[in-house]
Design a protein around this ligand. Structure first.
Ligand code: SAM
Length: 226
């Protein structure tokens, strides 16, 4: 399963290690995401294991890919940018909404103390669990449910990352941030969004910053799209 090469119809051989290094250099570093800890993790996590076998040869291409159930694994650069905006140092408790393939979860698990991740589609959550277990990532809790409600039983989070597009920032999620905590979420309509970072001040006041435009599948739930 962890093979380094893929032969397609006996004609082309993709070396995943080389493809991954190129992805990091050309798609992530070249676009300005250069945080050293983050770059090391992107060089290490085998993205090709998080896509369907038939798509493995495209796993390091510069775009999102289908993962089944009409959902996608996000473009590598967007995963890197959103992760960078969380400013993780290694001690954090992180909540991810939208486990999908589990690729973003694996990146977060390598950069934070513990990750709680919520996915609304059971089959995706189960497949993600399988791949994450095969990589021996032991600091991850996965739950099937409506992530717009967060994970109230887990306490407050240092960082929250939403990987689906929301009509507005769910208040329940912002309320689950510690003082100083960061929430990254794409906000907009169903076809295009803007990346938003909310920071909860020590005084409890939320500060909002907006970033680049992006396009995510919809966040469906009580505090998302119906
Ligand atoms: N982070 C993922 C990855 O690395 O593969 C990509 C996630 S995909 C762009 C968005 C995911 O959010 C989909 O799997 C979708 O089912 C999920 N989703 C949408 N609404 C949700 C909700 N309310 N709670 C949990 N997951 C949700």
């Amino acid at each position: 399963m962890l093979s380094r090469n893929l032969s397609i119809s006996g004609l082309v051989t993709v070396n995943f290690d080389i493809a991954r290094r190129r992805m990091v250099q050309d798609q992530i570093i070249a676009r300005g995401v250069t945080t050293p800890r983050l770059i090391e993790v992107f060089k290490k996590v085998p993205r090709h294991l998080f896509v369907q076998e038939a798509m493995a040869a495209q796993a390091y291409c510069d775009g999102p890919l289908p993962i089944g159930e009409k959902q996608t694994i996000s473009q590598p650069y967007i995963v890197a940018l959103m992760t960078d905006l969380l400013d993780l140092t290694g001690s954090e408790h992180v909540l991810e909404i939208g486990t999908g393939s589990g690729y973003q979860t694996a990146i977060l698990a390598n950069l934070a103390r513990r990750v709680w991740t919520v996915e609304r589609i059971r089959s995706l959550a189960m497949q993600a669990r399988k791949v994450l277990d095969s990589l021996h990532l032991l600091n991850i809790n996965i739950k099937v449910g409506d992530g717009t409600l967060g994970w109230p039983d887990a306490g407050l989070f240092d960082a929250i990352l939403v990987t689906a597009g929301a009509p507005a920032v769910p208040e329940t999620l912002a309320a689950q941030l510690v003082p100083g905590g960061r929430l990254i979420i794409p906000v907009g309509d169903e076809s295009s969004q803007t990346l938003v970072r909310i920071t909860r001040g020590d005084d409890g006041i939320f500060q909002t910053e907006t970033g680049i435009g992006c396009r995510f599948v919809p966040l469906i739930g009580q505090q998302g799209w119906q």
